[in-house]
Design a binder for this molecule. Structure first.
Ligand SMILES: NC(=O)c1ccc[n+]([C@@H]2O[C@H](COP(=O)([O-])OP(=O)(O)OC[C@H]3O[C@@H](n4cnc5c(N)ncnc54)[C@H](O)[C@@H]3O)[C@@H](O)[C@H]2O)c1
Ligand SMILES: O=P(O)(O)OC[C@@H](O)[C@@H](O)[C@H](O)[C@H](O)CO
Length: 414
């Protein structure tokens, strides 16, 4: 193909794309969602479809993509006594490696969401930037990009990765028409057994809180989402209760040979330890983020009930996954440890939970093997200082080392 032909073809494509806006009134708004995994199908796709969007998943699994294209719908079943099932309609999918199709979808999207795992944001940012570059050269229709990950200010993180891959002109244009509201999502969607690659089973509870500040009047509301002027307290409450509690349950449960969260919560001593840890982080949330103590107590009780939900089977391995991420400084273990310490609050249970995380090893979890390799190669103290960001001079450092020693001694005895 000659260079001249390519230029003419590209201009033709851009002119055709420019005509796509404004979109005909009868056409549904379009959402492009990266990651057709548990939360993508079990929460984000469902809410977007209910909000009137046509949803296209950007996925990696060929079988799943073929089924999406063929059926254009899938089912979500609620894990409670009702056993109710909803049909999610107006969905399709495209493979992440199909660059042209992904770009075309980005060109026409009104909303772009992600649920790929925080570690995959840099990788998908490249793909999104390539699509944005083309879109922004063509039209300036507003686009909202919301990362729905367990990550602090995930959309802002994604924005940074996308901007690193945009040209200077692309960045200037993106500043005018692309908005990245941060959000917090909560729904337990365990790994799904079964033959159907699309059907999904979810707990009935959900929370999706979106930062209201950057939204303009053109933002199309999302069914079930709540808009908050300050995301921080909601984010901290969820991270330090649901995710810290989950971690404690999974890492302590793993040490005692439990395979599911349901099994862990049935053990009275483990249940007590999880509760006591959440009382520590709860006290921190009340003090630092001004939460109401009674409401926090109810939130903790509800959270433990959700963990124990007998209508789902949530593997310890899923909840414990990626311990290097979970042991990093801004995450669910170290962040509340440091904040509590700064305020002079004692957190022995949380320290013990951190020790359990440090001992986590599962042959199927590559991060857990890296963690154990790092501990073997450089020692516990170096890991606590370098990876967890708690230097040797910090009082918590010695407390953590002591907690790990105690847990190792205890494991050796039992
Ligand atoms: N499952 C839950 O209970 C839950 C609840 C709240 C938040 N989250 C968060 O949602 C995110 C997704 O979690 P999940 O449980 O759905 O995980 P999952 O493994 O079920 O789904 C992730 C999906 O992203 C896809 N993916 C990963 N990297 C990709 C890439 N580079 N390109 C294209 N696709 C890619 C995977 O193929 C997979 O389908 C995580 O950030 C998680 O912390 C999960
Ligand atoms: O997804 P992760 O690995 O960050 O954390 C595991 C679980 O704690 C998490 O997925 C919860 O189920 C979820 O955050 C509930 O909303």
């Amino acid at each position: 193909m000659s260079v001249r032909y390519e230029i003419v073809a590209a201009r033709h494509a851009e002119r055709a794309a420019a005509k796509a806006y404004p979109r005909p009134r009868n056409q549904k708004p379009m959402a492009l969602h990266f990651g057709a995994g548990n939360i993508g199908r079990g929460f984000i796709g469902l809410q977007l479809s209910k909000s009137g969007y046509e949803v296209c998943f950007v996925a990696r699994n060929e079988t799943q993509i073929a089924r999406f294209k063929q059926r254009q719908q899938y089912t979500v079943t609620y894990a409670d006594e009702s056993g109710e099932t909803e049909i999610v309609r107006n969905v399709t999918a495209v493979h992440i490696a199909n660059g042209d199709e992904v770009k075309r979808r980005i060109l026409n999207a009104d909303l772009l969401t992600t649920a790929v795992g925080a570690a995959s944001l840099p990788a998908i940012a490249k793909t999104i930037a390539a699509g944005l570059e083309r879109r922004l050269a063509t039209h300036s229709h507003p686009l909202y990009i919301i990362a729905c990950e367990n990550a602090v200010r995930g959309s802002s993180q994604l924005k940074k990765y996308i901007y690193e891959n945009l040209s200077a002109e692309g960045r200037a244009r993106a500043n005018r028409s692309v908005t990245f509201p941060d959000s917090m999502i909560d729904r337990i969607v365990p790994a799904q057994p079964g033959d159907d690659p699309l059907a999904i089973r979810v707990e009935p509870f959900y929370e999706w809180i979106i930062d209201r500040k950057p939204l303009r009047p053109d933002f199309r509301s999302i069914r079930g989402a709540v808009f908050a002027d300050s995301l921080e307290p909601y984010m901290a409450r969820k991270l330090y209760t649901v995710n810290t509690g989950h971690c404690v349950a999974a890492y302590l449960g793993h040490l005692t040979g439990c395979r599911t969260l349901q099994e862990v919560l049935k053990s009275a001593p483990l249940h007590r330890q999880i509760l006591q840890t959440l009382e520590e982080t709860g006290a921190l949330l009340v003090r630092k983020y001004g939460l109401d103590p009674d409401e926090q107590r109810l939130y903790i009780d509800k959270t433990l009930e959700r963990f124990a939900n007998p209508a789902i089977v949530d593997d310890v391995a899923r909840v414990a996954r990626s311990p290097l991420r979970k042991l990093s400084r801004g995450e669910r273990i170290v962040r509340p440890l440091l904040e509590a310490h700064e305020l002079g609050m004692a957190v022995p249970r949380l320290t013990a939970a951190a020790a359990a995380a440090l001992l986590y090893r599962n042959a199927d979890d590559p991060e857990s093997l890296q963690l154990q390799d790092a501990l073997r190669a450089n020692g516990l103290s170096a890991f606590i200082a370098q990876h967890m960001g708690i230097p040797a001079r910090h009082a918590l450092h010695a407390e953590l080392v002591a907690a790990v020693d105690e847990l190792r001694a205890h494991s050796a005895r039992s």
